[in-house]
Design a protein. Structure first.
Lengths: 187, 377
């Protein structure tokens, strides 16, 4: 959507792989994939990116005036930024929990899935909030007119990636429901 | 930060859970909420024998000497079960006495609190309805060595059964609203005090306390005169985390009940928990509870370690206020019609969530503190 390339299609035509390169047991690859996915879902990098992003947004609101006062003095903007700060801290706390479990070689599919959903939805909310705050500048691509190097216009495109990749958020909720909460699957 | 609880804390948790399940079933919860007193003196006595009122009072004052984090473990269980009564307001009132009380005041009040012989509460908020210092208009004027208090406090928890209340009043005008506030330990039976119970959504006996020329002896001035606001701020911080701990316990109960119900309630030929729309809602409320949990644990640990944590505490309170309301709203909706009945347990948590929202600061109050803490000018 934004002209960047992240994903690729890879074709395997009779590719030979030495037997010593098999990971885990033959025919048991799904368990390995699930473990890998769990690690990916801890999302600590995305969350810390949001911490940094919020800092730049706060600085922007302190420095930028609209209607004769800094954006930081607008009650609605303050309230929404504070709410986002709380959400980011909640995500960070859960990410540390997931990391702690991984450190102990324990894996909570539920916590990892919950974190993936929460952090990706939060990234979307942050992109929407930032581009709202920027007003007409929220649509401007990287250029001399773009506040904060156009990072929020860029995130506005990219935020969907995290809600869809590594298993869509809806699939994550199925995982929580079926494997975590023990709810029955519809046949 | 330690992300797992100690063995001693897990024992405390289990003991509290088992005790409350036996001694305070939901039938008693509803009975106490509907009653005039709002708590059970028999149950209060049993809790005193377990050491709950004195949990964070040092052993030298006949308390248990536990940490603030230990207290939040206990309060998670009282929130999970729902425990009508003056436990939280009494325990919260011990903190200002511990912080700034004289040795005489500590010896006079703390052992009796630990023994369950005294019920205390705090009288802070007034008609303005804000926990900001600007909301305090009650005045305490010197009268010889004593003070005379005039003013009205609102939403004073369990004041109708409390023996003493810690009252914040203005003793002088200051350059800012935070200056000139003093704290007093007021005998609730003193002449001039009038108490009425305000009918509230959670029937938790929040009271209007009117002070008409109430005399407070000098020895009951708590802390340094005119410098009470920082003590109030610390109390609000601890109270916010205490309320959050109760709230995550309540969320846990609501989520568990909802999932269990969805597996047994059959409609259209299958358990309603098999419908994906409902499964996703249950995943959402579980996730909301889980994200709340670790935010609260982080803030509780920091508070317990004496680390600066104004930002983390306000973040937790602002977040959990909304999460608890969200979780319990959907818990009711997922129960369908039965979820709206007074006889069912799930609405109890929905009402607790609303009460918890404003206690020790509502969402917007704490979001403004967060806004300041993250650097907004």
């Amino acid at each position: 959507m934004n002209g960047e390339t992240i994903y690729n299609e890879v074709y395997f035509d009779d590719v030979r792989v030495p037997a010593k390169n098999i990971v885990g047991q033959e025919n048991e690859g799904w368990a390995v994939v699930n473990t890998l996915a769990g690690f990916e879902r801890s999302n600590i990098d995305q969350i810390m990116g949001m911490v940094r992003g919020l800092e730049t947004l706060v600085a922007y609101c302190n420095e930028t005036k609209r209607n004769g006062q800094p954006l930081a003095k607008d009650f609605v903007i303050r309230n929404r930024l504070a709410q986002t700060a709380c959400d980011i801290e909640a995500a960070r706390s859960l990410a540390y929990r997931v990391a702690d479990l991984q450190n102990r070689n324990e894996m909570s599919l539920m916590d990892a899935s919950a974190l993936k959903v929460f952090a990706s939805d939060l990234g979307e909310r942050l992109a929407f909030l930032a581009t709202d705050i920027l007003g007409p500048y929220g649509q401007v691509k990287f250029s001399r007119w773009a506040p904060m190097n156009g990072q929020w216009e860029s995130l506005y495109h990219e935020c969907f990636v995290f809600t869809i990749s590594m298993g869509t958020n809806e699939i994550q909720k199925n995982i929580i429901a079926w494997y975590g909460l023990g709810l029955p699957r519809m046949k | 930060m330690d992300l797992i609880f100690s063995e001693a804390q897990e024992i405390l948790r289990k003991m509290a859970r088992d005790f409350l399940a036996t001694e305070c079933p939901k039938t008693l919860v509803r009975e106490l909420q509907d009653s005039e007193k709002g708590y059970s003196p028999e149950l209060w006595k049993k809790m005193a024998e377990l050491g709950w009122m004195g949990l964070v009072i040092p052993e030298e004052y006949e308390g248990m000497g536990y940490t603030f984090q230990d207290l939040t473990v206990l309060l998670e269980e009282t929130g999970r079960n729902i425990l009508p009564g003056p436990l939280v307001c009494t325990v919260m009132s011990t903190f200002p006495i511990l912080d700034v009380g004289t040795e005489e005041q500590k010896k006079e009040f703390l052992p009796k609190i630990a023994a369950g012989e005294l019920i205390l509460t705090t009288a802070l908020i007034e008609a303005a309805g804000t926990f900001d210092a600007s909301g305090i208009a009650a005045k305490a004027t010197p009268k010889g060595d004593d003070f005379t208090i005039n003013g009205t406090k609102l939403f004073v928890e369990m004041a109708h059964v409390a023996d003493y209340c810690i009252c914040a009043a203005r003793t002088k005008d200051g350059a800012s609203p935070e200056e000139g506030i003093s704290l007093f330990i007021v005998d609730t039976k003193a002449p001039g005090i009038h108490c009425d119970v305000i009918p509230t959504i959670a029937m938790d006996k929040l009271c209007e306390l009117r002070f008409e020329n109430v005399t407070v002896p000098k020895k009951n001035t708590l802390g340094e005169l005119h410098k009470g606001w920082p003590v109030v701020e610390k109390l609000l911080e601890k109270g916010a985390i205490a309320k959050c701990a109760e709230s995550i316990g309540g969320m846990q109960a609501a989520v568990e009940m909802t999932i269990a119900y969805s597996k047994e309630r059959v409609q259209y030929g299958r358990p309603i928990g098999a419908f994906q729309a409902l499964q996703h809602m249950m995943a959402d409320i579980w996730s909301s509870m889980e994200t709340s949990r670790y935010l609260v644990y982080e803030a509780a640990w920091m508070e317990s370690e004496g680390l600066p944590c104004t930002k983390e505490v306000s973040m937790a309170k602002a977040y959990v206020n909304e999460a608890y309301k969200y979780v319990t709203k959907w818990a009711i909706r997922l129960h369908g019609g039965i979820g709206t009945s007074r006889d069912h347990d799930i609405p109890l948590y929905y009402l607790q969530a609303k009460a918890a929202d404003t206690a020790f600061g509502g969402t917007d109050f704490h979001r403004e503190l967060v806004a300041q803490q993250i650097g907004l000018i």
